[in-house]
Each structure stands twice: as structure tokens, then as C-alpha cells.
Design a protein around this ligand. Structure first.
Ligand SMILES: NC(=O)c1ccc[n+]([C@@H]2O[C@H](COP(=O)([O-])OP(=O)(O)OC[C@H]3O[C@@H](n4cnc5c(N)ncnc54)[C@H](O)[C@@H]3O)[C@@H](O)[C@H]2O)c1
Length: 386
């Protein structure tokens, strides 16, 4: 690339031995950006991210570094943060370890990009937002679902006025997570222990906040019924442990404009859907069903008129009466797309709306969901300010 200016940016990546840190952030984002030759910036330069891996296990870090030709890794976060050529700290650790590490990185003057939830409680999430603001560092939080092809197409329908007045949103997220006894669990055991920052409400309500607000409208109230359907599980070491956290949540949210959103989240359900998450949106002019990748619609004019008659077998193939929304664009990995936007935000000051206040709003909805469940009440969702 003769004549093209190349810039490097050092990124301290903590938690890359974990599921998300390794697969989505290291492999599918940072290394993918390197493999494509870097990130082309608006000023013509090319930005090359330089990861410095941080974690607890030397052996795991060394093995990842070797597999991917990465020369810098350490088990000492302070050492990594002291490196002069690192500008960004990224965190994909377990949720409970996040806030302390981010505080250190802010104190070291790094820009921060992090997995959600930013903290376990709203107050902690707001504190991080204030610290980042006061230190003058840029801060971003992963909101990957916004970049899913299915939800991008859904947003396109909303923006294009397809629905008329939107009446309701019904979300179904989940799959069976094995208990760990006769088949290994496909999620880490801390997810099922409240004392370790686990629980599906903390995990998923952060996502539902930004999905509902960015695609539809602000969330005004929350009702939530949680459950721990599977009371005992078996951990990575084969030990049986009590599941102290919720593994399913049945939430109802009132949105601005009177839209009712109902979202089920469960690690104790078997999938009879086309995708692991699906949202059905019903509006006066039409309806849509969007998943991770697909989005299908039924317009008002194409709506069949079923008549309730249990004496007869279903005479129509209801699924066949929907139309596929075309892609009309190329979709890249959502984590990578958001990383690229954050990198441009850091080096060129380009817009990046998913900051730590947005992160705190996600944590707030999770916390209110837990409180609403415990109290058996519908709770208002007040505006959050720094
Ligand atoms: N954006 C998303 O869709 C999404 C999906 C799943 C998880 N997450 C978030 O990503 C984070 C990591 O989740 P994961 O599923 O990759 O978890 P994981 O258990 O696979 O990885 C956790 C990482 O944290 C490190 N760690 C640091 N301190 C630890 C401790 N005390 N105990 C255990 N591990 C510790 C581990 O070494 C590992 O690298 C969580 O905050 C989670 O909420 C986000």
C-alpha cells in the first residue's frame, strides 16, 4: 500500500480467553480487521489495531498468542496499562470483574470499550460514566444486537413507515442450556450464580433496553417475572452447584406511544423457531417477524382472515403467507462493525452514541426488572442523568 499512511493503535484486550472475548472480539473483530489490511479512515489513512492480550492464565494466553501470531500478552493488567503505545482498554471479563478493571484503565488515561453490562448495578454503571467523562476519555459499550441483519431490516421497516402505528412487539429469546451432567453446558457456570454476577435478567435486559429504544421507542415501565427453572447444575470441573440466579425472565415493557413490548428470555426452553431470537411486530398497516438474519413481513392488504374453528384442521399455511425482506446491503459481523465505529470515534472523533450512559441505561433496566419481579409490581423507568 505505497503512499497510504498507516497508523497503529494499541488495544489492551482483557478477558480474551473467554467465549465472547476470544471469538467475537479477538477473532471476528480485531484480527479480522487486521486480516482485511486495517481499517480505512475518512482521512485516507489505514488504522491497524495491535492487540495486547490480558488474562488470568499464562498458558491460555500463550496458546492464543501463538495460534494467532500475537507477540504481546500478560497476566498483569497494570503492566499492560502502563505501556505507552496503548490507547484503548477493552473488557470482556466476567461482569463482576469489570468495574474495577475499567476504573484502573480510566485512571491510566485509556479510552474504554467494553462488553455489557458495564457494571452490576446502576449506581456503579453511572459512576463509570462520570469517571470517564471527568477523565476526558472516550467510552463505548457493546450493543451488538443493533447490527444483526434481521434487526437492521426491521429498523429499515420502521424508518420507512411500513407498520403504520406500531401496536406491540413480542420477543422470544432462548434455547436449552444443558445442565452440565450428562452433556456439557454450553454457557459458563457463573451465568447461573447470582453471587458471581450471573442471571438472565442482568444478561439480557441490557440488550432489550437498546433494542427497544433504538428500533421502537423509549421504555417507560417494566414488569418482570423471573424464575430459576433448573435449580442445580454441574460446573466446568464436574461439580454440582446450586443455581442461585434466574435462568428465565418473562418481561413486559410499556414504550412511549403506547407500544406494548413483551419479551421472554430463557435458557430453559427448547427452540421451535427459525432463529434463537425473534421479534414479532404488529402495526396497523402491517406486521413483521425479525430474527438474527431474516425478516419477514405481512402487509395489511395481504392479511388472511382466519376463522376460529377447532373442529377443522388448520386449512392455511400461515408461515407461507409472509414475504422475505431483501438484504439490500452487505452485512458484516456486528461486533466488528461496532468495533470499527468505536475505533473511528477514538481516532477521528466520529459519532458513537453507545457510550457509558447508554450502558448504564441497560443496567438500569436489568436492575428494575429484578426489583419489579421481587416486588411483584410494575415499575416506572426514570430518565437517567450523569
Ligand atoms: N454482547 C453479547 O451478546 C454477550 C454475550 C455473552 C456474554 N456477554 C458478556 O461478556 C462477558 C463475558 O462473558 P463470556 O460468556 O465470554 O464469559 P466466559 O466465562 O466465557 O469468559 C469470562 C472471561 O473473564 C475472565 N475472568 C476474569 N475474572 C474472572 C473470574 N473471577 N471468574 C471467571 N472468569 C474470570 C476469564 O478468564 C474469561 O476470559 C460478560 O460480561 C457477559 O455479560 C455479552
Amino acid at each position: 500500500m505505497a503512499g497510504i499512511e498507516q497508523r497503529s493503535i494499541g488495544i489492551v484486550m482483557n478477558g480474551v480467553t473467554g467465549r465472547m472475548g476470544y471469538r467475537q472480539h479477538l477473532l471476528r473483530s480485531i484480527l479480522a480487521i487486521r486480516e482485511q489490511g486495517g481499517l480505512r479512515l475518512a482521512d485516507g489513512a489505514v488504522l491497524l489495531p495491535e492487540p495486547i492480550l490480558v488474562g488470568r492464565s499464562e498458558a491460555k494466553l500463550a496458546s492464543i498468542a501463538k495460534d494467532h501470531g500475537i507477540d504481546r500478552w500478560t497476566t498483569d493488567l497494570d503492566e499492560a496499562l502502563a505501556l505507552p503505545d496503548t490507547e484503548i482498554y477493552f473488557d470482556a471479563q466476567v461482569t463482576s470483574a469489570r468495574a474495577d478493571a475499567i476504573k484502573k484503565a480510566i485512571a491510566a488515561g485509556k479510552h474504554i470499550y467494553t462488553e455489557k453490562p458495564t457494571a452490576e448495578h446502576t449506581e456503579g454503571a453511572l459512576e463509570l460514566a462520570r469517571l470517564a467523562r471527568d477523565a476526558g476519555v472516550k467510552a463505548g459499550v457493546v450493543q451488538d444486537k443493533l447490527f444483526l441483519p434481521g434487526l437492521r431490516k426491521l429498523k429499515r421497516l420502521v424508518d420507512g413507515g411500513f407498520f403504520g402505528q406500531i401496536l406491540s412487539v413480542r420477543g422470544e429469546f432462548g434455547y436449552w442450556v444443558f445442565e452440565g451432567d450428562w452433556q456439557e453446558a454450553q454457557r459458563p457456570s457463573w451465568n447461573y450464580r447470582a453471587e458471581d454476577g450471573g442471571g438472565i435478567i442482568v444478561d439480557m435486559f441490557c440488550h432489550w433496553r437498546y433494542v427497544l429504544e433504538e428500533i421502537f421507542a423509549g421504555v417507560r415501565t417494566v414488569q418482570c417475572q423471573g424464575a430459576t427453572h433448573i435449580p442445580r447444575r454441574v460446573d466446568e470441573a464436574g461439580r454440582s452447584y446450586p443455581a442461585t440466579a434466574d435462568d428465565a425472565a418473562y418481561g413486559i415493557f410499556e414504550l412511549d406511544g403506547g407500544i406494548i413490548a413483551q419479551v421472554n428470555s430463557s435458557w430453559a426452553t427448547r427452540v421451535f423457531r427459525d432463529e434463537l431470537v425473534e421479534f414479532q411486530v404488529d402495526g396497523t398497516e402491517g406486521s413483521a417477524v425479525a430474527g438474527l438474519r431474516r425478516c419477514r413481513v405481512q402487509h395489511r392488504a395481504m392479511t388472511p382472515k382466519p376463522v376460529w374453528n377447532p373442529d377443522l384442521p388448520a386449512g392455511e399455511d400461515f408461515r407461507a403467507q409472509w414475504q422475505e425482506v431483501p438484504d439490500n446491503e452487505q452485512f458484516d459481523n456486528g461486533f466488528k462493525v461496532q468495533w470499527e465505529l468505536f475505533l473511528k470515534h477514538v481516532v477521528l472523533g466520529e459519532e458513537f452514541p453507545w457510550d457509558f450512559l447508554a450502558g448504564a441505561r441497560g443496567v438500569q433496566l436489568a436492575e428494575l426488572g429484578l426489583r419489579a419481579w421481587r416486588a411483584g409490581r410494575r415499575l416506572d423507568v426514570p430518565d437517567l442523568k450523569l
